[in-house]
Ligand binder design. Structure first.
Ligand SMILES: Cc1cc2nc3c(=O)[nH]c(=O)nc-3n(C[C@H](O)[C@H](O)[C@H](O)COP(=O)(O)OP(=O)(O)OC[C@H]3O[C@@H](n4cnc5c(N)ncnc54)[C@H](O)[C@@H]3O)c2cc1C
Length: 325
């Protein structure tokens, strides 16, 4: 699909039970601004097993809500979702499609980009328009040495996945736009998997809304028990670097940074993390950063309002004692 910018801007609104993920609403806010600047329309696309679920999206400024409904779409299945969405993209030829860089969003985006033979800019930390009105997605690269602006000037739709928390959550307002339901033609052969049983494991956490975050890195050695206690006493949440989540010390939902979430807390306490740029992009919007690291030359101190050079163990113990007292 090639073309200009007349096909409008689409946002894939990912469902979580009866509601929508915050990142999808954040994208609707940003896409509204882009669509207005491009003089095009904004469509919120939602996929699921039942009709009527897309109506709440009307509070986030779309011109249209498109619901793709089918019993086989009741649970996320990459192949079936890509088949259903791909057919609509081919018909409507939108100029852009934005998705949240969630686990399912990333999975779906890759499949759709291949199906539509278009480009995908993944994990962007910002979106702009260039002078030819193409989307430019900004991605940190080479250890933070550069920030690359990636665009897809020829193929359509221009596809971008965006980390949760990059754009502000818009206020819900007076509903706009029509709701159109489409029932795609699907059969069992369109499913990529067969569901045997379904179990939700662990609790999901949304760090983009946390006011206080206690982050642990490799320097914790995997002991997050005291960090969890500290976070609880501060009324906050535990976050982690990729090293800590890859090691299985904490759930992946708690990873902060380029591949994790972009946070906006009032206070973030960073314990035993070096401060790699892929991590710090996730805390740069915090009001106050306090870092503890035993290496005085650790880059995290360049991002900290308050730095403590030393072993994190005694610092955590003193904080716990003070807060408990
Ligand atoms: C494409 C790409 C995407 C990535 N995305 C992310 C991302 O989203 N989030 C992310 O976090 N990383 C990401 N990374 C990985 C990132 O580059 C770093 O490797 C990672 O952030 C380092 O984690 P760390 O700070 O916990 O570990 P390290 O870099 O090993 O740092 C550990 C720090 O702990 C200190 N320390 C050790 N013991 C103690 C102690 N007892 N007391 C105090 N300090 C101590 C050390 O001095 C050191 O500075 C990505 C990398 C790539 C290539």
């Amino acid at each position: 699909m090639t073309g200009a910018n007349d096909g409008g801007c689409w946002v894939y609104a990912e469902r979580q039970g009866d509601s929508f993920l915050s990142v999808s609403l954040e994208l609707l806010g940003k896409a509204r601004e882009l669509a207005d600047r491009l003089g095009g329309e904004l469509t919120a696309l939602t996929v699921g097993g039942n009709s009527g679920a897309g109506a709440p999206l009307r509070r986030y400024g779309p011109d249209h809500v498109l619901e793709l409904t089918h019993p086989l779409l009741a649970t996320y299945d990459a192949k079936a979702y890509a088949t259903a969405i791909g057919a609509e993209l081919s018909k409507s030829k939108p100029s852009a499609l934005l998705l949240g860089a969630t686990r399912n969003g990333q999975d779906l985006a890759g499949r759709l980009a291949v199906r539509m033979r278009t480009g995908l800019t993944a994990h962007v930390t910002g979106i702009e328009l260039d002078d030819r009105q193409n989307l430019v997605g900004w991605v940190p690269g080479f250890g933070g040495g550069i920030e690359a602006g990636v665009s897809c000037p020829v193929r359509r739709p221009q596809m971008v996945t965006v980390r949760p928390g990059v754009f502000p959550l818009p206020e819900g307002r007076t509903p706009t736009g029509d709701v159109r339901e489409v029932v795609p033609e699907l059969s069992e052969k369109d499913l990529g998997s067969r569901r045997v049983s379904f179990e939700v494991k662990g609790s999901s956490v949304d760090l983009t809304r946390a006011g206080v975050i206690v982050v642990g890195g490799r320097g914790t050695g995997g002991d997050f028990t005291r960090l969890e206690k500290l976070a609880r006493l501060l009324g906050g949440e535990v976050g982690a670097t990729r090293i800590a989540t890859d090691a299985g010390w904490v759930e992946r939902d708690r990873m902060i940074g380029q591949t994790g979430v972009i946070t906006h807390p009032k206070l973030v306490l960073v314990l035993g993390a070096s401060g790699a740029v892929q991590f710090t992009v996730g805390i740069d919007r915090a009001s106050t950063v306090v870092a503890v690291n035993r290496d005085p030359s650790a880059p995290i101190f360049d991002h900290a309002d308050l730095g403590i050079v030393g072993d994190l163990g005694p610092v955590v113990d003193s904080l716990l004692r003070a807060l408990e007292a």
